[in-house]
Write a protein that binds this ligand. Structure first.
Ligand code: HEM
Length: 212
């Protein structure tokens, strides 16, 4: 019941940024540079949702609300959704689907190279997010593959830091949140390693490894 309610609430909440953008677009509210507004908003939400996905594991362990794992996939898929919108804005409204121009940009501008890499890494995560893929890959391999989310988060933050020319406060806030979320994992990994040296543990099942 809790999970169902949370899923509906997150689904609706995650559509709000898109709804706001669409509303503004339809009512001439995007200002003098609409492409910039759309790129910034979709980029922001891609990163926020990547960080939210990464926050689920610590949140569920700290609060002992284990059902939270049930919303992780949805948040991750919304991160991908906003990533697709962000990339589409760039390739469509900025580059008019000129792939040659796009790859020139990817090769020449480091912040685009990094953003593009972050986006490419999100694709296998979205594709393999289903229960069928967890079964096909096996829990351990699936979990290994899904560690790519750490790289995506790091590249996403670097992309943001590099594209900002003056006030770096906002990207540094994202970097701080990401740092805490990654540090939590390092600490947990070290604690579990110490425990497993003291008491040999049985291998985790697929369901335990993926948190399903
Ligand atoms: C996971 C992937 C990505 C994330 C997390 C991300 C995140 C962001 C963020 C947070 C911003 C700044 C928003 C703001 O100023 O409030 C941004 C801007 C931007 N991103 Fe991305 N991005 C990603 C992928 C890409 C890709 C693939 C491209 C293009 C190939 C791209 C191109 C841009 C451009 C052109 C801007 C605006 C730069 C400007 O201010 O002139 N991003 N992105």
């Amino acid at each position: 019941m809790k999970l169902r309610f949370a899923k509906i609430a997150i689904f609706l909440a995650a559509l709000i940024p898109l709804g706001r953008l669409s509303w503004k677009a339809l009512h001439d509210g995007l200002g003098a540079n609409p492409i910039e507004v759309i790129t910034h908003s979709t980029g922001d939400w891609t990163l926020i949702l990547i960080l939210a996905t990464l926050a689920i594991t610590p949140l569920r362990r700290i609060t002992k609300q284990y059902w939270l794992i049930g919303v992780r996939r949805m948040i991750g898929l919304f991160a991908f959704f906003y990533g697709v919108l962000h990339f589409t804005t760039y390739i469509w409204l900025d580059k008019f689907f000129d792939l040659h121009e796009m790859f020139k940009d990817v090769a020449k501008r480091p912040f685009i190279t990094i953003g593009f890499s972050a986006f490419v890494l999100l694709i296998p995560l979205a594709v393999t997010s289903t229960a069928g893929w967890i079964r096909r890959l096996g829990g351990k391999n699936w979990q290994r593959l899904h560690r790519l989310i750490y790289a995506t988060g790091i590249l996403g933050v670097i992309h943001y830091i590099w594209l900002v020319k003056a006030d770096r406060r906002k990207p540094m806030e994202y970097a701080g949140v990401l740092g805490v979320l990654l540090l939590y994992r390092v600490v947990m990994w070290a604690v579990e390693k110490r425990k497993s040296v003291a008491v040999p543990v049985r291998p985790r099942t697929s369901a335990e490894a993926t948190g399903a």
